[in-house]
Design a protein around this ligand. Structure first.
Ligand SMILES: Nc1ncnc2c1ncn2[C@@H]1O[C@H](COP(=O)(O)OP(=O)(O)OP(=O)(O)O)[C@@H](O)[C@H]1O
Length: 369
């Protein structure tokens, strides 16, 4: 889906109840503290059931309110709603008015990715963000994978429980065998996905960081040493796993390493280049998701001006022009958007409405310009 209408109630400082968005490109302008990130957070919330900037869900409710709601509608009468009652701890999920219990039901209708000025630090930091990123793509692109992943997670849980409880060796051995079989299957599906992502990444790097395309090297790490049998590794690390109390190797421990030559990207690229790299990767994933033709991806780019010079912004505008996504971009100052606006006005003839919408946020009030 792309969001034609966003409706929020008691979400952070957002006073505006309903906003009609452009299906392709939207610019949100506003001073510091006006509510730009809160607007993106509301859209992220309905796609993921959580925030991208806090793990505490109660922070999302407007001060002194217990219940907050976000709903979105597309142009084909699909309506998604998610509300939280933080006092009673109740989550309400609705799809076209019908109640659902699983967030994944909601998530299969909407694919939201976000880039903030902090994203690249998180992404190139620990493996958690990279795993989350890949998982989102897999969820939308390899739809049969969800079932396999649920099964794997169930077995991982059982195996971890056995490790922790110091259970009978025969029982642990049973769960380890199933765990190894599933790990190999999961790792294989994931590897094929990562390979297609890398291929697509090169296309977007050619637009955003052309000087680096030939130097970039991406390695998929399956979660245990590549050339070894997982069962062998588990046997060797039995005592270590016992002392940690959980599975140290397996398909859940996968990672993707981004290298420039032989060095990891974050030690080689400037902050602006890292941001462009992550944008290229996010665009690549969006492209793979849109090709499946189930949902139109939504890309949120918070504070687009941060770290990027005017040439980088122009390359970014050209790249966005090639995307089949709904894009929502925030900025503090209008002049930051100049390269985007001139490019899109050029392409849309006299009527800017064909190509984008511009909004102003002031103290939580969102007004179309
Ligand atoms: N739960 C809440 N209820 C009401 N207001 C909130 C809540 N949480 C944060 N705020 C306020 O909402 C305002 C908007 O914050 P937001 O982060 O969306 O601003 P922003 O426009 O993205 O600013 P910046 O450009 O500085 O990043 C801030 O003034 C913040 O103090």
């Amino acid at each position: 889906m792309s969001v034609a209408k966003l409706i929020v109630q008691n979400f952070r400082n957002l006073a505006t109840k309903s906003i009609s968005l452009h299906p392709e490109l939207n610019f949100i302008l506003g001073d510091n503290g006006s509510g730009k990130s809160s607007l993106l957070e509301a859209i992220f919330f309905i796609g993921h059931g959580k925030s991208f900037r806090t793990s505490k869900i109660e922070h999302l409710a407007c001060y002194n309110e217990d219940v907050f709601t976000v709903s979105v509608k597309d142009n084909n009468d699909l309506q998604l709603g998610l509300s939280k009652d933080i006092r009673l701890g109740i989550t309400n999920i609705k799809i076209n008015g019908d109640r659902h219990t699983r967030l994944s039901d909601l998530a299969s209708n909407i694919a939201v990715q976000i880039i903030t000025p902090e994203s690249f630090k998180l992404f190139f930091g620990g493996p958690k963000e990279r795993r989350r990123f890949i998982d989102l793509g897999m969820f939308h692109v390899k739809q049969d994978f969800s079932h396999q992943w649920r099964e794997f997670s169930r077995v991982l849980k059982q195996r971890n429980a056995c490790i922790r409880s110091g259970t009978d060796k025969a029982i642990l051995s049973y769960w380890s065998t199933v765990f190894c079989e599933l790990s190999v299957k999961v790792a294989h599906v994931r590897q094929t996905y990562v390979e297609s992502l890398i291929e697509e990444l090169r296309v977007w790097l050619a637009l955003l960081l052309p000087e680096l395309v030939d130097l970039v090297n991406v390695q998929y790490l399956q979660g245990w040493p590549q050339a070894k049998e997982l069962s062998e590794i588990l046997d060797k690390n039995f005592e270590r796993e016992k002392s940690y109390g959980y599975s140290l190797y397996g398909a859940h421990k996968f990672d993707v390493k981004f290298l420039l030559g032989k060095q990891v990207i974050d030690t080689q690229l400037s902050r602006g280049q890292q941001k462009l790299f992550l944008l290229a990767l996010t665009f690549a994933q969006a492209k793979l998701i849109s090709r499946v033709n189930r949902v139109k991806p939504i890309l949120l780019i918070d504070d687009i001006g941060a770290e990027l010079d005017v040439n980088s912004r122009l390359s970014l505008a050209r790249a966005i022009n090639h995307l089949d996504c709904q894009v929502i971009i925030t900025a503090i100052e209008e002049n930051v958007l100049a390269p985007f606006i001139s490019l899109f006005e050029e392409n849309s003839g006299s009527n800017k409405e064909d190509k984008y919408k511009m909004f102003h946020v002031k103290q939580g009030d969102v007004v179309e310009k």
